[in-house]
Design a protein around this ligand. Structure first.
Ligand code: HSE
Length: 429
């Protein structure tokens, strides 16, 4: 019994997916039951890295999602529209959906999963986070016995590449971004990656799975890496840290979550500190498991297609064994009903790194200490590393402190005559 696939999009991941489906030898035999039946593309004339019979290709994507012969729609268009509408139309026509689209799921997951549950169809998304790294199914199933307390990930390869290059070459952000764009590692419009939006979509999805509730995408606090300078990377290095863009979802213990994406000083001994280049890694902590880390290629044609095809295989396996299309396995479908409460960023408790440019006058370190003390900020270290022109450069690392208190202290410090500027403030893991 064969199952018909309608593939939407034949770009990098779509081509990788088609290549696997058209070359099943030596893979799981369930792939023999998957028939690539129609392929929706923007242009019929484009040259492609995979050979598809021309009669399968069409530019009429709505016709694919409503085609009664198609069992599973594989949405690999990316972006919000027309992806959202096509997914909803596919569901309305009783089709299961496989998608790699983190932006659509993070923003419209509620609407999509409500529709899917009503229609009795699956919407699977292993490829949406971590590319080829299995993380969605592990969170839903393999780790399901645990009470998850933390999910901390490097989930964006572009920014990890840029920060890794800045660290190893001492180069500035703008120069590394330009060379990453030339090499094709960064998009011409790098906004979603460098401003942390892609990582925020991904942590919203992981948090929803790990903590068993829906998450509003706008609740994820998000800072990108444009403000990270080569100077801070060097100082962090001297203090025993590397700077990584982390996506963090943490159970606060009082029925709420911290959800945040920001550049972070990571101790060199931490498992995430050694994840470099375009690789991704996700550290999950739970009880009774302890820690487990998932590591691998977070993007790219083959790795992401591997995740897409695993979802198709899962659905086909269920359809084959049950013969039913309308009964959902609760371990694969979305069962969440409520939204998770999210802590405002001012409430989080963390350590900070801050760099100050100060006039070289008597008492400046004392002034800093007084303002920090007044706002309950305890300092772990204060180092006057050098000078920039006539200005003294002072770097502090704090102990754990409520972010709101730390920000109040910074406001106080900014008003002091001896302080010229505060070029950088970063959180410390
Ligand atoms: N743009 C993403 C990254 C890959 O750089 O990791 C797709 O999720």
């Amino acid at each position: 019994m064969a199952f018909n696939i309608g593939l939407l999009g034949l770009g990098v991941v779509g081509s990788g997916t088609a290549k696997i489906l058209l070359d099943p030898k030596g893979r799981n035999p369930i792939i023999d039951d998957i028939n690539l039946s129609r392929v929706g593309v923007r242009s019929l004339d484009k040259s492609r890295s995979v050979e598809i019979r021309p009669q399968l290709l069409t530019t009429d994507l709505p016709a694919i999602v409503t085609d009664p012969d198609i069992d599973i729609i594989v949405e690999l268009l990316g972006g919000l529209e027309p992806a959202r509408t096509l997914i909803l139309d596919a569901i309305a026509h009783g089709k299961h959906v496989v998608t790699a689209n983190k932006a659509v799921i993070a923003r419209y997951g509620d609407e999509i999963y409500t529709a899917a549950n009503e229609a009795g169809v699956y919407v699977l998304l292993e490829a949406a986070v971590g590319g080829g790294i299995p993380i969605i199914k592990p969170l839903k199933q393999s780790l399901g016995a645990n009470r998850i307390s933390n999910i901390i990930g490097i989930v964006n390869g572009t920014t990890n590449y840029i920060l890794s290059e800045m660290t190893s070459n001492g180069a500035d952000f703008d120069d590394v971004l330009a060379s990453a764009q030339k090499l094709g590692y960064a998009e011409a419009d790098p906004t979603a990656d460098v401003d942390g939006l892609d990582a925020a979509d991904k942590i919203a999805i992981l948090a929803s799975l790990g903590f068993g509730g829906r998450v509003k995408r706008e609740d994820v606090y998000c800072e990108g890496i444009r403000g990270v300078s080569a100077v801070d990377i060097t100082y962090a290095e001297r203090l025993g840290f590397v700077i990584k863009l982390l996506a963090i979802a943490k159970d606060t213990g009082d029925d709420s979550l911290q959800l945040r994406v920001h550049p972070t000083l990571v101790p060199k001994s931490h498992p995430l500190a050694s994840i470099n280049g375009v690789y991704n890694a996700i550290l999950v902590e739970g009880e009774p498991l302890g820690q487990v880390m998932f590591y691998g290629p977070g993007a790219g044609s083959g790795p992401t297609a591997s995740a897409v095809v695993s979802d198709i295989m899962n659905i086909v396996g269920i359809l084959k064994s049950s013969g039913k299309t309308k009964v959902l396995d609760p371990l694969l479908s979305c069962t969440h009903q409520h939204y998770c409460a999210i802590n405002p960023i001012e409430e989080i408790v963390t350590r900070f790194y801050a760099r100050f440019l100060c006039h070289d006058v008597p008492g400046v370190i004392g002034h800093l200490g007084t303002s920090f003390g007044k706002h309950h900020v305890s300092l772990e270290s204060v180092v006057q590393i050098g000078f920039q022109g006539k200005l003294a450069e002072i770097v502090v690392v704090t102990h754990d402190v409520k972010e709101g208190y730390f920000r109040q202290a910074l406001e106080d410090i900014k008003a002091q005559d001896s302080i010229h500027s505060i070029p950088s403030v970063l959180r410390v893991l």
